[in-house]
Ligand binder design. Structure first.
Ligand code: NCD
Length: 312
């Protein structure tokens, strides 16, 4: 298959066709032994990655950096913008111009929706969006799809329940789109005030998917194949009282799981706060830590496709 990823910006999952996504997922499978360090390769040794995190991150930043290192590349960057000239009032555009001059690819996470798109306008080198406010999180979406495909052998025809903060959660905005592209069956479960935005629901409908929306998790879980749990995105609430009203609405615990299918898998982009009881970790349903590992082979696949334009 002809791969055409070289120098592409990865800003939104909507930038990819189904064929693109399938190619990345297939390639990521071959990256697993390299991601685990069982095999070695240095195809990216001539490249430097800028890792620009304007918002907190554990998995996304560390797995991008690990992926780049595993492929022989090097990483510069920051995890705290207050230690950069942003603190002196430098604009995002100027910070991006500098990373553009100092490296070959830029990974950016920023609290403002649209920040990665803006960065792509100021940089010659490819930009990868590692999360822009409540907007998109395309690489998380790819690793989520990879996890579903690996565990369920297909993406389509699964009943997938997206739970929690569907209004501000960027991971579910990307994922609802991609799952619809593949023809999964979708149920959205959230408090009334945190429902999936209309634009995202309309995108799903364009692919012929009619998502159900409900506040009732007990019912939705009964015939779910995948339960994708999200954290209430406290930092995006304009009003702390509004957050206090919804925090703790849902809790996934062993009692709830008695009603679930035996082969239900539970996913979460992490970090979790209170929405999954740690007692669930020991059940065969819990997939979230394996899901987090999958960030490495997916990001290795993407970095090598965007920088080298080819597979191993
Ligand atoms: C998510 C994010 O940053 O959007 N985390 C991640 O990248 N794995 C989810 C979250 O912060 O709740």
């Amino acid at each position: 298959m002809k791969m055409n990823f070289k120098n592409r910006d990865i800003v939104s999952i909507k930038d990819f066709s189904k064929t693109d996504i399938t190619a990345i997922l297939n390639y990521a499978k071959h990256m697993i032994p390299y991601a685990k360090g069982e095999k070695q390769i240095d195809i990216l040794k001539k490249y430097i990655l800028s890792s620009l995190f304007f918002e907190p991150s554990t998995r996304t930043r560390l797995s991008f950096e690990s992926a780049m290192n595993r492929l022989g590349g090097r990483v510069i960057g920051f995890a705290d913008p207050s230690a950069t000239s942003q603190k002196k009032g430098e604009s995002l555009a100027d910070t991006i111009r500098m990373a553009d001059a100092y490296s070959d690819i830029i990974v950016i996470r920023h609290p403002q929706e649209g920040a990665a798109r803006l960065a792509a306008e100021f940089a010659e080198v490819p930009i990868i969006n590692a999360g822009d406010g409540a907007g998109q999180h395309p690489t998380q979406c790819l690793l989520d799809l990879f996890t579903i495909l690996t565990e369920k052998k297909r993406i389509e025809k699964n009943h997938i329940v997206l739970l929690g903060d569907l209004k501000y959660g960027r991971t579910v905005h990307s994922l609802a789109y991609a799952l619809s592209l593949f023809g999964a069956e979708l149920t959205f479960v959230s408090p009334e005030s945190l429902k999936m935005p209309k634009e995202v629901i309309n995108e799903c409908k364009e692919f012929g998917v009619e998502p159900n929306s409900t506040v009732n998790l007990d019912k939705a879980i009964i015939d779910a194949d995948v339960l994708y749990v999200t954290r209430i995105q406290k930092e995006r609430f304009p009003d702390a009282e509004e957050y206090n009203r919804v925090v703790g609405t849902y809790k996934v615990d062993n009692e709830l799981l008695k009603q679930a299918k035996k082969d239900l898998i539970i996913m979460h982009p992490l970090p979790r706060v209170t929405e999954i009881d740690p007692e669930v970790d020991a059940t065969h349903h819990a997939l979230y830590f394996k899901q987090a590992f999958n960030g490495i082979p997916i990001r290795m696949a993407l970095l090598s496709l965007v920088l080298e334009g080819r597979k191993l």
